[in-house]
Design a protein around this ligand. Structure first.
Ligand code: MAN
Ligand code: CA
Length: 306
């Protein structure tokens, strides 16, 4: 076999079976043994070349396959990437929508807050106004309380003023009293004195409370005539012990609970079953028991008339 120059291995790989046959024929003419050895070499070279081509083709096929796979992967990545971008774009659009909605909500909340703050401000002003009015009302209420108290204090006077005592009778402690001071009225017994009072529409005085006793005491001391003898200046009152000695009862039958007897009285001297009161300085020592037939002055009592 000849060297084919620069084409080397590539040319060798492309030698066909006919070429080998021509060479074998030439070798047979020159040297049978050498020819046989050369043929063996040539066949070996031919086998090696075929194998190289096959390897090259295999490598090339593998390269093409790997390229194809690479392109497939790349395409898939591109496609996935495209999907990711699409998803991101979609998500971005969605987020923009959410953001816009959030902004709108925020603006709405701001408007609502502003409105409520304004309402709160007005409410605060109204509260201040009402508090101010409340203070005015409190002042008026205090003034009215004073007025009511003052007017209430006038009620008894007005009520009593509408009621009156008969001429000659004296109003004291919400009652009308008649003190028989006049010389034109001769002294009389306890019973006659009572009759006089009853004819007037009253009765002998019943001083069954300290207030009434003191009121009558004041009236006697105001009008009494000092020059007269004490026993002549006594005034019959509506108190007796006729039913049981020592058991003093008022005209309505109630028992005496607090007496204003003079010192040593009642002493029932003789038979003294009727009580009389006398003008004395000490209001708690003004009573004496005297004979009911004695002639004394008297004191009548009567409810005021409307
Ligand atoms: C004196 C005293 C009284 C008595 C009278 C009767 O004043 O003895 O107790 O009742 O006299 O007049
Ligand atoms: Ca007596």
């Amino acid at each position: 076999m000849e060297d084919n120059g620069g084409l080397g291995g590539t040319y060798d790989k492309l030698v066909c079976q006919e070429d080998f046959d021509d060479i074998d024929e030439y070798s047979l003419h020159s040297n049978q043994e050498n020819q046989q050895a050369s043929v063996s070499i040539l066949r070996l070279g031919s086998r090696i070349q075929s194998r190289s081509v096959a390897v090259s083709l295999t490598v090339l096929a593998l390269l093409l396959l790997s390229t194809d796979i690479g392109l497939g992967v790349y395409y898939r990545q591109l496609r996935d990437g495209h999907r990711t971008i699409s998803d991101i774009t979609s998500e971005l659009a969605n987020l923009q929508g959410v953001y816009s909605a959030a902004i709108q909500s925020r603006d709405e909340v701001r408007r609502q807050l502003s409105k409520e703050l304004n309402e709160q401000k007005v409410t605060k002003w109204e509260l201040e106004h009402q508090q101010s009015r409340g203070k005015e009302y409190e002042k008026q209420a205090d003034k009215l309380k004073v007025d009511i108290a003052m007017l209430s204090s006038h009620v008894p006077l007005i009520t009593e003023g509408c009621r009156h005592c008969l001429p000659g009778w004296t109003f004291a402690n919400s009652q009308c009293y008649y003190l028989a001071f006049s010389d034109a009225l001769p002294r009389r017994s306890w019973q006659d004195a009572r009759t006089f009072c009853k004819k007037q529409g009253g009765d002998l005085v019943v001083t069954d409370t300290r207030e009434k006793h003191l009121a009558v005491h004041d009236l006697i001391n105001t009008y009494h005539i000092p020059i007269r003898h004490t026993h002549l200046t006594g005034f019959w009152i509506g108190l007796r012990d006729v039913e049981e000695e020592g058991t003093w009862r008022w005209l309505d039958g109630s028992l005496l609970t607090e007496g204003y007897w003079n010192f040593g009285e009642p002493n029932n001297q003789g038979e003294e079953d009727c009580a009389a009161t006398y003008p004395k300085e000490n209001p708690f020592r003004t009573w004496n028991d005297a004979p009911c037939g004695y002639s004394l002055k008297w004191i009548c009592e009567m409810e005021p008339r409307s």
